[in-house]
Design a protein around this ligand. Structure first.
Ligand code: ZN
Ligand code: ZN
Length: 817
């Protein structure tokens, strides 16, 4: 059974009820989530039920060894993740025999996270799980919970290999939500090739957050990185500090209460052509928000710098600016409050301004009296990140509910574990990747069935540009199907080895693992990984078969990411991605924390990093060659032809681009010395015959530049159709390709063996390429910019590019024949 409904629609209750009933009846439950944090949260919820017969326990990398035996022998509700199932539970299934024998239900929570290569691995792990259960005579029910997805039953079947019933009707009460699509303006700044730079989504988010909080609207801002979230929170706080400062100095005795008319931003020159800011400024408070982010911090800035908060110091990385920073009490009471009278507002009724409390968690005190003191305004905004302990999260939830905190900037870490109800507005800085995530994040707004606001703020990316200009691509559209490809031989092979090591494989097992199984088994035998005997296929090697599969990466020996000052292992990156994500000089994000890579040593398999707060981001740039190994499918497209097949890609990361975090301004292109890598994968490509392109060349179009621009934009748009990330795919374009002899544009899966994305592009090519053309024409820049045809990872420094030529080329390709 798969339940696929919106946020807060009661999915947990739907699986908890039968799960707990099974435990009371002598059965056991296996609960799987993609992350440890969510498992810990679920465990807390289960314990709060106070049912003595329910013996729930987490079993993950953090579980102490002495506890593991207890869990295996006594727990009847085990919460774990696919990694643990793969590496520990399945290989040692004999130790879990009593648990497996009684297993009634496997709950797979947040299962929309199992997509692409990772999802394909999880699909094979679940097939191994089913085989082990069968060995112990159990046939558990699989209950999947997912965010809204299209064709959830088909996805559930691909993930588990089992027939699925689907529940998709969401009858939970909800108000209506107004969705705003917001495009930041172009600025005077110039980027690569003199292209105009758009104001960043984070800068716009900070403005909006400050405005909404001033208007007494409880707001949550979703920002991609933790550093970005902290920047948004700090910038918005600084804006509120400016407001507080102006109020306290210019209007010591305001005759009118601030509310109910909120103060809109006034004379920010970069903001004045935004939609929806037509409301005039309150004339009693002129020029309150005149500071622009780019010229920020006018003296005397009342911005509150983040400080290590002693009460939160047990958190990992406490030296980082902690989210809900608190000003020193002395600062809160200095000068300002002496000249600031108590201002009573319709909501903020309470005692007159009082001196700041001694508590460092004053902002978080439940039911604290509302602070009419302007100086407290900045403290109404906080940042939230992953890694907070449950008790801190509860404090934060209370502060949000009571209104002590009105604005929160966060990464989507919030999705995992904070229960935020009672929000009025949600800001989403940058397309979150899928319509499903957009609705999930927007669904956070709306308290007690009231109406709400959600704002999607576009980043400078062709997909974001396309979406803010084409609302029809968001509204009235089904959410995405979740794409995965369990038949990928690079995924299947290692799991067949692991399965054989668990219990030797027989002919009866072949259907469980999919149609390509016998071919892949023959391959494994010829490679000497498995041994064929009359009784079946055996793993006879000494090493652990499970080490063959790197389920969160793309295969190959992973690169260890180590903090140089402490020797702490932060995580690992698969070798192919290491070139682009942890090259020397890269800004590396780990669970929202920012690090700078000091050195990537490929031979030692180590990337040394140090904690840092650079004011720039980095983008690796590569040059790519591609050759066609086999064409599997083709069909005509306009005057040209569309193909899908196997390719070999040779890629070399040659440099990295630095761009300023706040403004997006280009800071430089630093060379790198990394070896080329080859990748066998799948690609979709289109060709145009000479007869079709000749008129374009005669019209003076640079065909190479036009194809290159079309390639960049089409990479940007594929995620809309294939539920992938822009970084999961790559492209090559050429006026004349050696294998086709024609003008050719390729888009390929960036993972060994393919991940299903290019295949999706092939299936929906006409829509995909039409949207690509629309994205280019919607952008108001003249000759191309990052919002349309420039790519941050272009190895050719975005040369040559021909914006108008790309539109003409796509017109030709999409013309009916
Ligand atoms: Zn543009
Ligand atoms: Zn390029």
């Amino acid at each position: 059974m798969i339940i696929s409904t919106g946020t807060a629609s009661g999915k947990s209750l739907a699986y908890l009820t039968p799960a707990v009933a099974s435990c009371l009846d002598g059965g056991t439950i296996l609960y799987l989530t993609p992350t440890k944090a969510l498992a810990a949260d679920q465990l807390r919820g289960l314990r709060e039920l106070r049912i003595t017969q329910l013996r729930a326990a987490c079993f993950d990398g953090d579980t102490p060894f002495e506890e593991r035996t207890w869990v295996r022998q006594h727990a009847n509700y085990v919460l774990t993740n696919p990694d643990m199932l793969h590496r520990s539970i399945l290989p040692r299934h004999a130790q879990w025999s009593s648990f497996f024998r009684r297993l009634r239900m496997v709950v797979i929570d947040e299962c929309h996270g199992y997509r692409g290569v990772f999802g394909s691995h999880v699909a094979q792990i679940l097939r191994r799980l089913r085989r082990v259960c069968a060995r112990y005579g159990s046939r558990p029910t699989f209950l999947l919970a997912s965010a809204t997805a299209s064709e959830p039953g088909a996805f559930g079947m691909r993930l588990t290999g089992l027939e699925m019933d689907e529940v998709t009707v969401d009858a939970s009460p909800k108000g209506s939500t107004t969705i705003a699509l917001w495009e930041p303006p172009l600025t005077e700044l110039r980027g690569e090739g003199g292209a105009p730079v758009r104001r960043t989504a984070t800068a716009e988010a900070a403005d909006l957050l400050a405005d909404l909080v001033l208007a007494d609207v409880r707001t949550l801002a979703f920002v991609r990185s933790r550093r970005g979230a902290e920047t948004v929170a700090l910038t918005a706080r600084a804006k509120l500090a400016d407001v507080a400062f102006s109020l306290s100095t210019r209007h010591p005795r305001p005759s009118t209460p601030r509310r109910p008319n909120p103060t809109p931003p006034e004379s920010d020159p970069t903001l004045n052509h935004q939609p929806g800011t037509a409301e005039p400024a309150d004339t009693t408070q002129p020029g309150l928000l005149e500071t622009d982010l780019t010229t920020h911090h006018r003296p005397p800035a009342r911005a509150t710098p983040p400080e290590a908060d002693p009460a939160l110091s047990h958190q990992p990385g406490a030296a980082e600016p902690a989210g809900p920073a608190t000003p020193e009490p002395s600062r809160t009471t200095s000068g300002l409050s002496a000249t600031t009278p108590a201002v009573s507002t319709s909501k903020h009724e309470g005692p007159a301004a009082e001196p700041a409390s001694e508590s460092s968690l004053r902002w978080a005190l439940p039911d604290a009296p509302a602070q009419p003191d302007w100086t407290d305004l900045p403290n109404k905004i906080a940042a939230y990140r992953a890694g907070y302990l449950a008790e801190d999260r509860r404090i934060l939830e209370k502060a949000l509910r009571s209104g002590t905190i009105m604005g929160l900037a966060t990464t989507n870490a919030l999705e995992l574990g904070v229960d935020v109800s009672g929000l009025d507005a949600v800001l989403i800085a940058g397309w979150p990747g899928t319509r499903a995530s957009l609705w999930q994040q927007a669904g956070r707004a709306g308290r007690d069935g009231q109406d709400a606001l959600a704002v999607l703020i576009a980043r400078d990316d062709p997909l974001d540009t396309y979406l803010v200009h084409h609302p029809q691509a968001l509204f009235g559209q089904p959410v995405e199907a979740i794409v995965l490809d369990p038949d990928n031989p690079y995924v299947l092979g290692p799991h067949l080895c692991a399965a054989a090591a668990e219990i030797p494989l027989t002919d009866d097992d072949l259907p469980t693992f999919g149609i390509t199984t016998s071919t892949v088994l023959d391959d494994l035998v010829s490679q000497g990984l498995l041994r064929r005997r009359p009784a079946g296929w055996f793993w006879t090697r000494r090493e652990r078969a499970t080490d063959l599969a790197d389920i969160r990466g793309g295969g190959g020996a992973p690169i260890q990411v180590v903090e140089s000052s402490t020797g702490r292992l932060l995580g690992s990156v698969d070798e192919p991605s290491a070139h682009t994500t942890v090259h020397t000089g890269a800004v590396y994000l780990h669970q929202g924390e920012t690090f700078l890579v000091e050195l990537l040593d490929l031979e030692a398999g180590v990337a040394l990093v140090s904690s840092a707060t650079p004011d720039f981001t980095t983008f690796a740039r590569d040059i790519t060659d591609i050759s066609i190994l086999a064409t599997q499918r083709s069909h005509p497209l306009g005057p040209g032809t569309l193909h899908f097949g196997e390719v070999e890609v040779t890629r070399q990361v040659v440099s990295y681009l630095k761009r300023r975090l706040q403004s997006g301004e280009m800071l430089g292109d630093e060379p790198l010395d990394l070896p080329p890598r080859t990748l066998r994968t799948r690609a979709v490509w289109w060709t145009l015959p000479a007869s079709a392109v000749a008129p374009l060349a005669e019209a003076g179009i640079d065909l190479g530049g036009a194809a290159h621009a079309a390639e960049h934009a089409s990479i940007g748009l594929l995620p809309l159709f294939a539920t992938c990330d822009r970084w999961d795919i790559g492209g090559v374009s050429t006026e004349l390709h050696a294998d086709t002899g024609l003008l050719t544009v390729f888009v390929y899966d960036g993972h060994e063996g393919g991940a299903g994305f290019a295949e999706r592009g092939y299936a929906r090519a006409a829509e995909w390429l039409t949207a690509t053309r629309e994205a280019i024409t919607s952008c108001e820049c003249e000759r191309g910019c990052p919002s349309c045809i420039q790519s941050p990872k272009c190895g050719n420094g975005n040369e040559p590019l021909d914006k108008r030529g790309a539109v003409r080329l796509l017109n030709t390709l999409l013309s009916p024949q």
